[in-house]
Design a protein around this ligand. Structure first.
Ligand code: 2Q2
Length: 322
């Protein structure tokens, strides 16, 4: 009976294959740096299944978490070369599109609402346009991010405590400049190398929102979360222009619809999870330290103004006005 069943199954599936005259399935690869439990990944999974549903299976998105497709910069290069298709990226895009530096300028945004008004408004539109023309990537939806905090194994309450402190930063020139100005020794490293980097003493600390501190398991190698809250920002989920433009009209419409829905799903998850994440880090032994934010601001702002080009400064000043 088992054999007959198998033959029947085989017959059915070959019938179905034979009957389908539809387009070949498009397979997209999406890479990002968080783990599978992170908001970005869970949202991406929903996005992928919405895209699949809305295109009747014509587009399949395979998601590679933990930088398993490569670091953020490598993934962007791969998309431009056509060997990957989607990425989650933000201020690292300033290496292609200078305006993307404005996604994460130390002490530029007052709070989350300020970020939302900028990303949803005219300035957000201008940044997305430049990312499209210079990085060849189309923004589909975005995540608001919790403020970036400095983690360490000694409390760091003011820039004076940063003497001799090696800090990892992502591939973001502005972060190199501002942490250098604050007195630390910054170096660029991919996120998936941070855990071992700290463990082996290559770096003393790093800075990220609580959700990525949790995602990277950094509570195992760092004791303190110093509430510098130096950067409020957002991050995009993007697809290669060529990949997106190769779709037919219905498929493109379906991807945009799915992106709108994913935007809501991500925002909802953020509301539900961020507070609890802080509690989880405390449970896992991390201590949150209040810092002299004004001193960090004073140390970083001159470097921000020095580092930004005239055009970037112009956008920066407009952001402060929003
Ligand atoms: O620290 C990191 O690697 C992440 O928080 C992000 O990738 C970072 O914010 C930027 O590289 C985003 O483009």
């Amino acid at each position: 009976a088992l054999l007959i069943g198998m033959i029947l199954l085989a017959a059915c599936s070959s019938n179905e294959d034979g009957a389908s005259e539809s387009v070949d399935t498009i397979e997209w690869k999406m890479g990002h740096l968080s783990d599978e439990n992170h908001i970005w990944h869970k949202t991406a999974e929903e996005f992928a299944s919405l895209v699949n549903e809305k295109t009747n299976g014509e587009i399949e998105i395979e998601i590679y978490p933990n930088n398993s497709l490569g670091g953020e910069t490598d993934t962007i290069n791969s998309i431009q070369a056509g060997t990957a298709d989607l990425v989650i990226s933000g201020e690292t895009l300033q290496n292609w599109a200078p305006k993307a530096a404005l996604l994460a300028v130390p002490y530029a945004f007052r709070d989350m609402d300020h970020v939302s008004s900028v990303v949803e408004g005219e300035i957000g539109g201008e940044i997305e346009e430049e990312i499209k023309s210079e990085a060849q990537l189309t923004a589909l939806y975005y995540h608001n991010r919790a403020p970036r905090n400095l983690t360490s194994n000694e409390p760091i309450e003011s820039p004076a405590d940063l003497k001799g402190f090696s800090i990892r930063v992502p591939n973001v020139p502005l972060f190199l400049d501002t942490w250098g100005a604050a007195g630390a020794n910054p170096q660029v490293m991919d996120f998936n190398e941070v855990f071992t980097g700290i463990q082996q003493g290559v770096i003393d600390g790093q800075e990220n929102p609580v959700d990525l501190i949790q995602s990277g398991g950094l509570y195992e190698v760092q004791d303190y979360v110093n509430r510098t809250e130096h950067v409020y920002s957002w991050i995009y989920v993007l697809v290669g222009n060529e990949q997106f433009e190769s779709l037919n009209d219905e498929q493109r419409e379906a991807v945009l619809e799915a992106a709108d829905e994913a935007q809501e799903i991500g925002a909802q998850l953020y509301e539900e999870e961020i507070e609890a994440i802080e509690g989880d880090l405390i449970d896992k032994g991390m201590e949150f330290i209040d810092v002299d934010q004004d001193a960090f601001r004073d140390a970083m702002i001159p470097a921000v103004e020095d580092s930004l080009s005239e055009e970037q400064l112009d956008l920066y000043n407009r952001i402060l006005e929003v």
